[in-house]
Design a protein around this ligand. Structure first.
Ligand SMILES: [Fe+2]
Ligand SMILES: [Fe+2]
Length: 271
């Protein structure tokens, strides 16, 4: 199975770049499962339902969220009726939506996508490690499901690596989101799980994590509340990860970065 994961879509430039790139990437890389993190799609904060619908229309099979899940309140009723849009599984019990989805792909293969959120420098949620263990107990990789993708939305690379090692061999891919910077540590762990501590954002990299740099920089200098942060709207780089798995085991055989357009050096797997 070929999996494409695209990191945090930020603002209009990120949405437009992903909407343009995703159909082409699906085709060129012969993607079976495409997952997009879109917690910052709406002006940097949250995701509006029409923007989610546009990403699904462009070829996202599953959309994940994060700490900005509820910044656009219209998403609350929408997530209840849109199972392919998921939020972290360790949000409090009773939170709208779900933290995972089992989907049926072409030629009857099934895949699971789940999201958990870290707790270092983020909200004190339920334990993401124990929550993921409970979720994974429902499936057997390579038997009941052909692939399992875990999006670990977290700040600290230590927590991300610990999470990946915890589930090495049980999932096809652990990919980090949230920092908006693509890491160069993509690898296949000893147990066969592909890992990258952060996929990076899909947005304008002439910015402060996707936000317009002048205001963002001033905030650090002055430590004063001030002007509203707006997304930077230069040309976006689409950042993500390509993973190929063995259908009999569900484990990774290839993991390579994808970077397209904008300011960062390009990277494109040859399929
Ligand atoms: Fe983000
Ligand atoms: Fe985030």
């Amino acid at each position: 199975m070929r999996i494409l994961f695209i990191g945090d879509v930020v603002g209009r430039c990120g949405r437009e770049a992903v909407a343009t790139a995703l159909p082409k990437l699906r085709d060129a890389l012969r993607i079976d499962l495409a997952v997009v993190n879109a917690e910052n799609a709406s002006h940097g904060f949250g995701l509006a339902p029409d923007m989610a619908a546009a990403l699904f229309a462009a070829g996202a099979d599953v959309i994940t969220l994060g700490n900005h899940a509820w910044d656009r309140k219209e998403l609350i009723p929408y997530i209840a009726e849109t199972p392919r849009l998921i939020r972290p599984l360790n949000f409090p019990p009773g939170t709208p939506g779900a933290g995972s989805i089992l989907i049926e792909l072409a030629n009857r293969r099934r895949a699971v996508v789940l999201q958990a959120m870290g707790r270092l420098y983020l909200d004190a949620l339920d334990c993401p490690f124990r929550g993921t263990t409970v979720e994974l107990s429902k499936y057997k990789l390579g038997a009941s499901v052909a692939a399992i993708v875990a999006d670990f939305h977290a700040e600290a690379s230590s927590e991300k690596m610990a999470y990946a090692h915890s589930f090495d061999g049980q999932v096809s891919l652990v990919v980090g989101t949230h920092t908006h910077c693509p890491s160069a540590d993509h690898q296949i762990l000893p147990g066969g799980t592909a890992f990258q501590s952060d996929a990076g954002m899909s947005g304008d990299y002439d910015s402060v994590i996707g936000m317009e740099k002048t205001v963002a920089v001033r905030r650090f200098w002055t430590k004063m509340p001030g002007e509203k942060l707006n997304p930077a709207e230069g040309e976006a780089t689409v950042c993500g990860l390509f993973v190929a798995t063995d259908d009999t085991t569900g484990l990774a055989v290839r993991v390579e970065p994808v970077r397209l357009g904008g300011r960062l050096s390009p990277a494109m797997p040859v399929v």
